[in-house]
Design a protein around this ligand. Structure first.
Ligand code: FAD
Length: 417
């Protein structure tokens, strides 16, 4: 079933009776060439690119809940390529290029909207840091424009420029940054993988990893044992728990991150904006809701329910930056479990167990990484070699101390990245 304008027109005229399910609901087979644990954005894109780029189609994605129920359907949908450090830079740059062709590639409307992202700065020191970041982005081939105060005012006249404590000095504008509809990304990759023969098995929790003589040979699940000599652990906030099934202790802590959405409003905010002096960033969804969030809740937990202190902080920061937001009613808030790494950068690597691969450490920024992460993880699982875009995401850096990529410069403290 392909989507096209003609098809939409035909279905519209014939009562929309011709649409079918987007993917099959198969029973698990006893054995696959490869298993991906986790049906989030990264697991689904890994399966998609394994099939598309490497011709591996005898694959299963095992998801303990339902497709899109994890962080991939809980994030605030921001897509950008504004990283500073080598290692991250080339990866996120590649990811943004994949985003730009994603809808055609998947034949699926993921509502990717390059509405532009503006990181505000409020001091000379912050201006210097963003100028350096902007130069690094341009050197990488991405786009960045340093705006002064008047430049920001022209684009975002509703901000409080004269706040006594946090006056706005300017902003780093990244025109190709923006948003995408998060669950459509999961559905698009799921449908694309299914069309290429990948089995998507929902309600199938992996409860054990079978290893024989240092080689992975399969997994135990709530729907029985399934064999495979290649297994990818792609479970985001549950990474430490699943890795422990293989006897591994990995340097990932799980922390809840909250988000909020208001009632639908007429178009008022047409960019993605982040405040430089408090934990607050915002965009407006296509339905009209103001979607905003802040930082993680600062302590390790597997709870998906956020707490009031961070909620209060986010609301205060929002009111400081744009007092008009006080008129909007908050409709919902929710949380997701973040896989925080010690340097704030991810891992896409082999493990010491043959055939067992690890993809984790996305912190609160893994949505924008979904295309390049799947691409790179698939490359690693299919060929045994690291993709050129993710060659620095090695697990061993946390043991050796070489190759750490600490964008925030906060040191090895998981909750501060
Ligand atoms: C509130 C919030 C805002 C965010 N905002 C942004 C943003 O604006 N931009 C951005 O780039 N990133 C953002 N992120 C981060 C981004 O959503 C995550 O980094 C990314 O989605 C994680 O990868 P994933 O999609 O594969 O995770 P998930 O969707 O969580 O996928 C992991 C899957 O593994 C499954 N699983 C776990 N254990 C098992 C098991 N034992 N067996 C089988 N399956 C299992 C889970 O059920 C889950 O479906 C945000 C996150 C949150 C919560």
């Amino acid at each position: 079933m392909r989507f096209s304008a003609l098809r939409v027109l035909k279905e519209g005229l014939t009562g929309n009776k011709g649409w079918g399910p987007h993917w099959r609901d198969p029973e698990p087979k006893p054995e696959y060439d490869a298993i991906i644990i986790g049906g989030g954005g990264h697991g689904l894109s890994t399966a998609y690119y394994l099939a598309k780029n490497h011709g591996m189609t005898n694959i299963a994605v095992l998801e303990k809940g339902y497709i899109g129920g994890g962080n991939v359907g809980r994030n605030t949908t921001i897509v950008r390529a504004n990283y500073f450090l080598p290692g991250n830079q080339e990866f996120y740059s590649h990811s943004l290029k994949l985003w730009e062709d994603l809808e055609i590639d998947l034949n699926y409307n993921v509502m990717h909207s390059q509405r532009g992202l503006i990181n505000l700065f409020h001091s000379d020191g912050q201006r210097d840091a963003f100028a350096r970041r902007g130069n690094a982005m341009i050197n990488q081939g991405d786009d960045a424009i340093l705006l002064d105060r008047e430049g920001v005012r022209e684009m975002l006249p509703y901000l409080d420029f004269d706040n006594i404590r946090f006056p706005i000095y300017g902003g780093l504008y990244h025109p190709r940054g923006g948003t995408a509809r998060h669950d459509a990304v999961a559905w698009g990759y799921a449908r694309g993988a299914d069309q290429r023969g990948v089995d998507l098995i929902q309600n199938c929790e992996v409860t054990g990893i079978d290893i024989e003589n240092g080689q992975v040979i399969g997994v135990q699940t709530t729907r029985g044992a399934i064999k495979a000599r290649k297994v990818g652990m792609v479970v985001a906030g549950r990474s430490s728990q699943v890795a422990a099934m293989a006897g591994m202790q990995i340097p990932i802590e799980s922390t809840v991150l909250q988000a909020f959405v208001t009632e639908g409003l007429k178009p008022v905010i047409d960019h993605v904006i982040s405040f430089g002096m408090g934990h607050f960033y915002i965009s407006q969804s296509d339905k009209g809701g103001l979607v905003f969030g802040g930082d993680v809740d600062f302590y390790a937990t597997y709870s998906q329910r956020g707490n009031l202190p961070m909620m209060e902080h986010v609301m205060e920061a929002g009111m400081t930056l744009m007092p008009m937001i006080g008129k909007a009613k908050v409709l919902r808030s929710w949380g997701g479990i973040m896989d925080m790494s010690p340097d704030g950068s991810p891992v896409i690597d082999k493990t010491h167990i043959d055939g067992l691969f690890l993809n984790c450490g996305w912190n609160y920024g893994g949505f924008k990484a979904v295309p390049a992460s799947g691409w790179s993880m698939a490359h690693l699982m299919a060929t045994g070699n690291h993709s050129e875009y993710a060659s620095k995401f090695l697990l061993d850096r946390f043991r050796s101390g070489y190759g750490l990529m600490d964008e925030e410069g906060t040191g090895s403290q998981h909750n501060l990245h």
